[in-house]
Design a protein around this ligand. Structure first.
Ligand code: NDP
Ligand code: GDR
Length: 348
């Protein structure tokens, strides 16, 4: 095996993006230090599913983003060329119940890493996982890098702080800090708390007779959904650029949650007829007449982001990055993976 060409740190390797990014960097010949949190049980199913958990150029280290000493030790010991900060309390719904934890991890946590870089080696390149949630109550359609921000959740507010701190460290200390404003990106490795995976997993269970009905919140929310594997390539390209900058990654297509539900059922040959409206809306199987989808107020949020659609023209122009996978293909890939997992009795 060749000696690694570069060294990278990925915080949050147990998450969706961390796993895909680790695979990408290992394939490119990097040595990767991936961080995971102390927990009662380990959470390595994603890197196991990608078959990289025992890769000789992968080191896994315990780390907590809220702890400055932990960040300092990580940067000192791993001696990276590039740091990708993907760790976060990333679930918008939970951020309303845990605003301070979210602020501490998702907001302040990024500054622990920036400080560690400033202290240990300011030449290290830094990627911050920013988000379309910062646009929140959108001020323009489509959203681009210059669109004014208006976050609508404690998560969005915390991410906006980390985004501006990345820019501040770039301007104040000359740190190569780039911020990727990524719109929703999904995959078979998405956590089941997020709506697309909740849908693909439930559709698979309903198709296999393991679940009666899928309960969801707001079906009218519109999202710009892309494929996570392609988005981590965009992160890497941001850190290979000549200058640090801010980039939107998006598909420039938006669909409602309802559309995604219909798409997922279609991939198992079920057509839905939508009946009623608001909290009384149901999705009824046209063949059997059974209600397969129900709206439940339990899944509504105190404030909603109604419509996201991004324009990634700058990333295309400057990084040569472009999304390739259609939403239909992504949805089918997710349902197929969940059919397979449910047949095998997998619990993730
Ligand atoms: P996930 O929720 O799948 O992964 C988050 C990761 O952060 C997990 O590995 C988690 O570890 C880790 N983490 C959480 N808290 C801490 C902590 N205190 N210290 C160290 N690690 C911690 O997120 P995604 O992979 O989907 O997203 C990656 C990043 O990109 C996140 O920052 C997210 O906010 C952001 N983002 C995601 C988008 C998307 O559509 N996926 C869009 C735009 C931005 P554990 O497994 O222990 O919980
Ligand atoms: P989001 O993703 O909030 O956009 O954040 P999520 O999949 O949680 O919600 C998308 C939309 O679906 C609506 N919705 C439901 N959502 C969930 N989770 N569960 C439901 O039952 C349900 N019913 C309807 C939501 O109200 C929302 O409008 C994701 C995360 O990955 C963030 O970390 C990231 O920054 C953004 O994407 C871009």
């Amino acid at each position: 095996m060749q000696q690694p060409t570069k060294r990278a740190v990925i915080t949050g390797i147990t998450g969706q993006d961390g796993a895909y990014l680790a695979q990408l960097l290992l394939d490119k010949g990097y040595h990767v230090t991936g961080t995971f949190r102390r927990a009662s049980s380990t959470n390595f199913w994603r890197i196991e599913e990608l078959g990289i958990d025992t890769h000789p150029n992968l080191s896994l280290v315990e780390f907590d983003l809220t702890d400055l000493a932990s960040s300092l030790r990580l940067i000192q010991n791993a001696a990276p060329d590039e740091v990708y900060n993907l760790a976060a309390q990333s679930f918008v719904g939970v951020s309303f119940d845990q605003p301070l934890t979210t602020a501490s991890i998702t907001g302040l946590g990024a500054v622990n890493l920036l400080e560690a870089i400033r202290i240990v080696n300011p030449k290290i390149r830094f990627y911050q996982a920013s988000t379309s949630e910062m646009f929140g109550k959108v001020q323009a359609i489509p959203q681009v890098e210059e669109t004014p921000f208006y976050p609508r959740s404690p998560y969005g507010v915390a991410k906006l702080y980390a985004h501006w701190m990345t820019i501040n460290y770039r301007e104040s200390y000359g740190i190569f800090g780039s911020s990727g404003i990524l719109f929703n990106h999904e995959s078979p490795l998405r956590g089941r708390e997020f709506v697309t995976r909740k849908i693909s997993d439930s559709v698979a269970k309903i198709a296999l007779g393991k679940l009666e009905v899928l309960e969801l919140g707001n079906l009218d929310a519109k999202r710009d959904w892309g494929y996570a594997r392609e988005y981590v390539e965009g992160m890497w390209r941001m850190l290979q650029a000549e200058r640090p900058d801010t980039y939107v990654l998006a598909t420039n297509r938006t669909e409602t949650v309802r559309d995604f539900v219909a798409m997922a059922f279609k991939s198992v040959d079920v057509t839905l007829d939508w009946q009623g409206s608001g909290e009384a809306e149901t999705g009824v199987c046209t063949r059997s007449g059974k209600a397969l989808v129900r709206v439940s107020p339990r899944f509504y949020r105190p404030a909603e982001v109604d419509l996201l659609i991004g324009d990634a023209a700058k990333a295309k122009r400057e990084l040569g990055w472009e999304p390739q996978t259609t939403l239909e293909a992504l949805c089918q890939m997710m349902v197929e993976a969940d059919l397979r997992r449910n047949r095998q009795g997998a619990s993730f």
